[in-house]
Design a protein around this ligand. Structure first.
Ligand code: ATP
Length: 311
């Protein structure tokens, strides 16, 4: 569990982070989102003490971070930034194994860990282990950067705009990969982004920052359905809100008993997928696979009902 407790950072006359308090559960992704200058990076860097707070504290699994020497803390907390920060003269394998080596892991264990991570990130170990960063594409470098940050199985992984430099298609893939890998490893992640779409897609919880303050901290569906302030509503994008909401609701959740024509949507399909299938086929309902009770159907009426936003 990560507890951020009344954290404040003042630079001269400016308050970059203003009394932020939030608790993130282990094994979840918290997406910190806000406009430029809202204090996201400063908040993140106070967690691994790259910045010292003016007041307040951070506890990781109950331990106050100021009780731990900064270099020890930073070995326990992974840190991935935009532009990956790989060592150019070290191979991919050496880059990923950097922290385990510092921690004195035996050679064989490091090698096994490097290969396991390369596999997880869909990079064939035999092909990529001995390459240098310059011999990789931007997307591959970024994956190696995240693999390196995860190598020692850190208590927490901090990510600052990790996908900022990637083009939209590679970016979407990197987001899906991160989500899958986070689920597989059970990692706890705090990720900074200025992109609400990314925050909604990745976060179990979304923390919205505005002018150094935390203005809303809630699961994505709550942020979309009930933005706490006009600023949050603006960031979510009013026009797209119904569609965003639908993309967060599993189709199986609203499927009723009964048959419908056409190919059944998979179990992990969202209501947005169901809507799209209805529009594409011109039908009033679409079949949906469910965990229990066999296939059901999602009707346009049910989809519409769930897309309604509270006034
Ligand atoms: N070392 C510093 N000295 C003085 N002011 C600073 C310092 N670092 C950050 N700030 C100020 O604190 C505020 C918050 O900055 P921060 O980098 O945390 O914002 P951000 O939300 O991460 O922005 P961006 O998305 O542009 O990176 C800004 O007004 C910035 O100018």
């Amino acid at each position: 569990m990560i507890e951020i407790d009344h954290l404040t950072k003042v630079y001269g006359s400016a308050t970059a982070v203003d009394d932020v308090t939030l608790t993130a559960q282990s094994g979840t992704i918290t997406a910190i989102v806000g406009t430029s200058g809202s204090g996201k990076t400063t908040l993140l860097r106070m967690i691994n003490r790259l910045e010292e707070p003016t007041s307040g504290e951070v506890r990781i699994n109950g331990e106050t971070t100021t009780d731990v020497k900064p270099y020890v803390l930073r070995r326990r907390i992974g840190y991935a930034i935009q532009g990956h920060g790989l060592f150019p003269h070290h191979t991919v394998g050496r880059n990923i194994g950097a922290v385990p080596r510092l921690l004195g892991w035996p050679r064989e264990k490091i090698r096994a860990r490097v290969d396991e991570l390369l596999d997880l990130f869909s990079l064939d170990p035999a092909e990529f282990r001995d390459r240098y960063p310059a011999e990789l594409s931007g997307g591959q470098q970024q994956r190696v950067g995240v693999a390196r940050a995860l190598a020692s199985r850190p208590d927490l992984l901090l990510m600052d705009e990790p996908f900022g430099a990637l083009d939209p298609i590679i970016r979407a893939r990197a987001q899906d990969d991160l989500r899958r890998i986070q689920r597989t490893l059970g990692s706890t992640i705090m990720l900074v982004t200025h992109d609400m779409e990314e925050a909604i897609r990745l976060g179990d919880h979304v923390a919205v920052m505005d002018g150094g303050r935390l203005v809303q901290y809630a699961p994505p569906a709550e942020i979309v359905a009930r933005p706490a302030t006009p600023f949050v509503a603006d960031m979510v994008g009013d026009v797209d809100r119904p569609l965003r909401l639908l993309s967060l609701i599993p189709a199986a959740e609203v499927a009723e008993d009964g048959a419908a024509e056409g190919e059944a949507l998979p179990r992990n399909a969202s209501l947005r997928d169901a809507l799209s299938a209805c529009l594409r086929t011109g039908r009033e309902a679409v079949p949906v696979q469910r965990e229990e009770g066999g296939p059901g159907r999602a009707t346009l009426a049910a989809i519409r009902a769930r897309a309604e936003l509270p006034e």
